[in-house]
Design a protein around this ligand. Sequence first.
Ligand code: SF4
Length: 187
Amino acid sequence: MEFFDRLTGTALALGAYRAAVIPVSDVETDRSFRTLCEQNVCGNYGKNHMCPPDAGDIDELIGVLRSFKYIFVYQSVGTLEDSFDIEGMAEAAKNHRALMMNIIGECNKIQFKRRLYLGAGGCTLCEVCAKRTNEKCRHPDRAVPSLEAYGVNVSALAKAAGMKYINGQNTVTYFGAVLFDFDDEKL
Ligand code: SF4
């Protein structure tokens, strides 16, 4: 579809490594991912308003995800000197965040019927999430929940979208997505 090509073309022009639009029915979700979040490997569990448990009940969030028709998936790939390159990882995360914010900016110009932005890991809109200082979310209308909070199997999502989950040795890959419904006549 021409509109989908326009969306993916925009992401690629903004620096995404790959981008695709697929039906939400092709997205694999798994409520057991919440157990993984509870193990807090990433350190965001209970420390970010957009991550579990604050992001919401897993079944409800999967229900929200399933209420959309399409998902626009994009990925960015950062290069590392080696697997201990912490600075390289931070740089790649920063670049992915910039890409996500640019894609959100472009998508905000489109007259979707509904949209929901999902990101990699916890919301990074603020340097330090207000959850860490026991305050309310500073930007509830702009905060970006994680794909994992919505039970998305990101590895399976990559495959469904024709992408690789891992893009080679000494690289780090991040994903982002936009759930949307649209009205042909308005685009
Ligand atoms: S907008 Fe700020 S306070 Fe709200 S979830 Fe994101 S990082 Fe946390």
